[in-house]
Design a protein around this ligand. Structure first.
Ligand SMILES: [Zn+2]
Ligand SMILES: [Zn+2]
Length: 140
């Protein structure tokens, strides 16, 4: 039986170059890096990945995560395309819209909720008036 296991797998050093090198900045890593770099190739990639993952998570948690983020984004772009209150428009008034209202109340029905043909832009006043009628003034 051959016990020549692969024990010599480690930091495979590439062909040595004449440039001055120093050790990788990762604690415990002795790979030499070229001057001007902080990490060896492995740790350079790893650190960059960790960094981008962390900043992505941060970005998402503050803004973009889950239902609220999705709704917020969709709502925002809808209001850009429909900047005026539809109800006020009917009476000849021009009021900037700030609310996306569901024409048919979605009642947590996802398909109604995300169907943009069921959306209308309203100003806060018209929206409040409408929801007050719909819900008899209770809940939202
Ligand atoms: Zn390293
Ligand atoms: Zn209005």
């Amino acid at each position: 039986m051959n016990i020549h296991a692969r024990t010599t797998v480690g930091h495979a050093s590439h062909k040595p170059s004449s440039t001055i090198r120093k050790p990788c900045a990762r604690p415990g890593c002795n790979a030499l890096v070229q001057l001007g770099n902080i990490y060896c190739v492995d740790h350079y990639i790893k650190t960059a990945q960790e960094y981008s993952r962390v900043s992505e998570l941060k970005r998402q948690s503050s803004y973009d995560r889950g239902y609220n983020g999705r709704w917020r984004k969709a709502r925002k772009s809808f209001l850009i395309r429909n900047p005026m209150c539809k109800e006020c428009e009917k009476t000849g008034k021009l009021t900037p819209a700030s609310v996306v209202d569901h024409i048919t109340p979605h009642k947590q029905d996802a398909s109604l909720m995300w169907d943009q043909s069921n959306w209308q832009a309203l100003c806060k006043r018209c929206h409040d008036k409408k929801t007050a009628n719909e819900d008899g003034g209770f809940g939202r």
